[in-house]
Design a protein around this ligand. Sequence first.
Ligand code: XMP
Length: 527
Amino acid sequence: MQKVIVLDFGAQYGQLIARRVRDLGVYSEILPCDTPAAELAATGVDAIILSGGPASVYAENAPSIDPAVFELGVPVLGFCYGQQIMAKVLGGEVGHTDVGEYGPATITRVTPSRLFDGTPEEQTVWMSHRDSVVKVPEGFAVTARTAVCPVASMECAERNLYATQFHPEVRHTTYGNDMLSNFLFDICGLIRDWSADGIADILIAAICNQVGNDRMILGLSGGVDSSVVGALCARAIGKQLTCVFVNHGLLRKNEPEEVEEVFTKQFDVDFVHVHAEERYAKLLAGVTDPEAKRTIIGTQFWEEFFAVAQQLAEDGRPVKYLAQGTIYPDIIESGARKTGGKASTIKSHHNLIPFPEGVSFELVEPLDHFFKDEVRALGTALGLPDSIVWRQPFPGPGLAIRIIGDVTPEKLRILKDADAIVREELDTYNALLFEKTGERNSEHACWQYFAVLPDIRCVGVMGDERTYARPVIVRAVESTDAMTADWAKLPYEVLEKISSRIVAEVVGVNRVVYDVTPKPPGTVEWE
Ligand code: XMP
């Protein structure tokens, strides 16, 4: 399989470039900017892209590049800082321009270039720079400029070196994708050969290589990220992997059974189902504060998890590696940055893991380069069922934060049963939309939907009897990232069916209400 390496100069969203390349059907991964040329050559690279970065090429400790990269005979494309470093290393000049450019800018092409084939003479691009190239290296031609930037792009076609001051990877650059495509297929002569199956093979080989004959442990939550890591590691190292599924009793109806089924029947791993339901019930008894519930549940998870690791060590099977389902947006969100290596010691986004005294693991995070939809494609390629691959987001503290007030077995029973009905009906609703639109996340598909149990009772009448029972709240939202959300405008018939089924089928419920609050000002969850 062909490979495009993105050398990262500290670009805020460097992974986006790799992502765009993968979207075009060519495998791509990111490595630190100072990776030696010999190392790149040894791994077999077909094209190199230099990312942008926040520094000035003349700043002290400015990130640099091994000049031999330009001698490898491999086509190179630089963006922003990538253009500037290419110019500087190859004998051009970078200077401060009087006016920086931030945001949309119009470029005018000045000489024909294969990079711009099929795109207009004038077009909108996305700029973000103060420095710019003021003199191109020998043998280079300027291919586009803007009113304030004399070298908006440059190239030395004979050596297959291309660069742009703007960012083609950003959607605001109207023809950015065409440029990337021209580079990959026309200039580099690559073909589309990347697929989720292919990447699964690469990741599996990397895990085998790293872990060797040692033992690895993974906390399985049943969510898509940890399940895909579980499936990958299972394929890579089989029974050397212990999957720990801590059942806190706060998962949705039938979920624990499904996770167990998949990881015992479909994958051949050491699966430990920790039945911690009673311990959690005791710890949560009488606790009403949402943050206190979260803390108790999180802390106890690690207690249970480390107890399994300790038991393995006592049984003569000590654990060296901890696998984590970290995906790329988790790293962005936590502000932690890392490029390259598949494993590292604990970084800031893992500081929340309360390792006991003297305990440490080496981390394996096979998905840390990937975005959610790529992880889903990988899950499908590995044979995980749709119910896991397309599982909606579910909070770690589970149903405990959907039960307002204290958590009791009776409330849990009511919520699980009501929630199962909400999910069943809205799964059907989403599936019908999917059939119509061909898109799983079509505009009006519900993104997250569940039931909430408030800590009150209300009066009703059933048959000839007055009832004094519980109301259930239905929450269904449309969103893409949970940062903002809108309540789903569900058809009345769907709401009617959910309501009548819950009241008829769930003992102890006499009323159903629908939450019509967007986020903000509401949140998706009630606690
Ligand atoms: P809110 O309620 O903040 O939720 O609008 C946004 C998204 O985050 C999920 N969520 C959590 N996930 N632990 C988690 O792992 C939590 O404590 C938690 N609280 C909210 C929520 O389901 C939604 O997708």
